[in-house]
Design a protein around this ligand. Structure first.
Ligand SMILES: Nc1nc2c(ncn2[C@@H]2O[C@H](COP(=O)(O)OP(=O)(O)O)[C@@H](O)[C@H]2O)c(=O)[nH]1
Ligand SMILES: [Mg+2]
Length: 377
């Protein structure tokens, strides 16, 4: 690792910010930006100029599956609280209705617990946080603001142990991340956002279009590759995903890349087909690198609410899920589901998706999320 310490946050510190520097030009269809020894961070939502690619001539920009929202500079926390506004307005309104001029008695506590359950926080979390609240404030008159503040603290405590950033191991060339999840959960978009995030840190990132089930999925990933300046290893529709993953790993190893992000199909004919495919990908990767994949990210769409629980269970049966990314928190009032998932599965939550743009992936941070969820600054 470089001695030089970058000034760009935790990843920059880890990697010295020059990971992309000495990587030779990859012989893939999408070359990285020229003269780019240290990839400068892109300004938010700026799409790099389209590089014409021989096999997908005239790819439209912006791609229909990757809308570019209007650029609006906002702070990191503001972005999270905006993303969580649907969830927080529901909770805030409920708490205001419950606690305007009211004592924290048994009845109020019961109603609060119910509100938290309907907000998808889960029964265990709901009863624990209300019990804690009762301990300190029972029979006292409380304001809605006090209740929100106390709840945010309780929720942050539940979330703190799972809030763990995705940190590519600098010793691995590449660190291999397999991205799994049901169709439409946001896998490809999350890979695009992660590519942008790590590329901005100066890492050399390669993408593998392992969802060979749908032609559109391959094309979608290629567009993200263009936007982020990351090479994409792809084959045609119907190609063997494990073979593709094998080629991608070999190529990324040859180039000494820092990170390889592998997309997968979310739906095959049935669950056992999908399981067989994911397991085959893992087997084949291990022929090249016995420790790969180093992370298996399960991408969950928060708008499905409680259904996310069964998705975690199903994917854990199929493969060794090592962490979660929750997407579409901007599009749902069910953001509380993340709290229930944290309590139940205790899997690391690496990041959250709060929009469709390249910068709408936020590293998951317990207190920021908890306060955002309760509509607090
Ligand atoms: N609002 C919102 N939309 C998202 C987010 N993440 C993904 N999407 C959208 O969800 C749809 C499905 O995403 P995609 O990445 O194709 O899912 P995949 O099938 O799992 O690869 C696309 O239209 C994405 O733009 C998010 O965090 N917020
Ligand atoms: Mg996809």
């Amino acid at each position: 690792m470089s001695e030089q310490t970058a000034k760009k946050g935790w990843l920059g510190r880890l990697f010295g910010g020059n990971g992309g520097g000495d990587i030779p030009t990859p012989p893939t269809e999408i070359p990285p930006p020229p003269d780019n020894p240290v990839a400068p961070p892109l300004p938010p939502d700026v799409v790099p100029p389209t590089q014409p690619t021989p096999d997908i001539p005239g790819v439209p920009q912006p791609h229909p599956e990757i809308p570019v929202p209007p650029s609006q500079p906002s702070s990191w926390f503001k972005r999270i609280s905006q993303g969580l506004s649907r969830s927080s307005s529901r909770l805030t309104q409920g708490i205001t209705d419950l606690f305007t001029k009211r004592k924290l008695d048994d009845e109020a506590l019961e109603e609060l617990e119910e509100l938290l359950i309907t907000a998808d926080l889960g029964v265990a979390t709901a009863s624990r946080v209300t019990a804690h609240l009762a301990k300190s404030r029972f029979a006292q008159e409380v304001t809605p603001e006090e209740v929100r503040g106390a709840l945010a603290d309780e929720i942050a405590e539940v979330l703190a142990p799972v809030a763990r950033p995705l940190i590519p191991d600098p010793e691995r060339k590449p660190h291999v991340v397999l991205v799994v999840g049901v169709n439409g959960s946001g896998k490809t978009t999350t890979i695009g956002k992660l590519a942008k995030y790590f590329r901005d840190q100066g890492l050399a990132v390669t993408l593998a279009a392992g969802d060979t089930f749908r032609a559109a999925a391959v094309e979608q990933l290629k567009v993200w590759g263009e936007r982020t300046g990351c090479p994409v290893i792809a084959r045609g529709q119907g190609a063997d995903a494990a073979g593709l993953a094998f080629d991608a790993l070999r190529e990324a190893q040859r180039r000494q890349d820092d990170l390889l992000l592998i997309d997968t199909a979310g739906r095959l004919q049935n669950k056992s087909d999908l399981m067989a495919e994911l397991q085959k990908i893992v087997r084949v990767l291990r022929k090249h690198d016995a420790s790969a994949p180093h992370d298996v990210l399960l991408v969950l769409d928060a708008t499905v609410g409680q259904n996310a629980h069964s998705q975690v269970e199903i994917f854990r049966e199929m493969t060794e899920v090592s962490g979660l990314v929750l997407t579409k928190l901007d599009g749902t009032a069910r953001g509380g589901v993340l709290v229930a998932l944290a309590e139940k599965f205790k899997l690391p939550v690496h990041a959250i998706g709060v929009g469709e743009g390249a910068d709408d992936l936020r590293p998951f941070e317990a207190m920021a999320f908890a306060r955002g969820l309760l509509g607090l600054e």
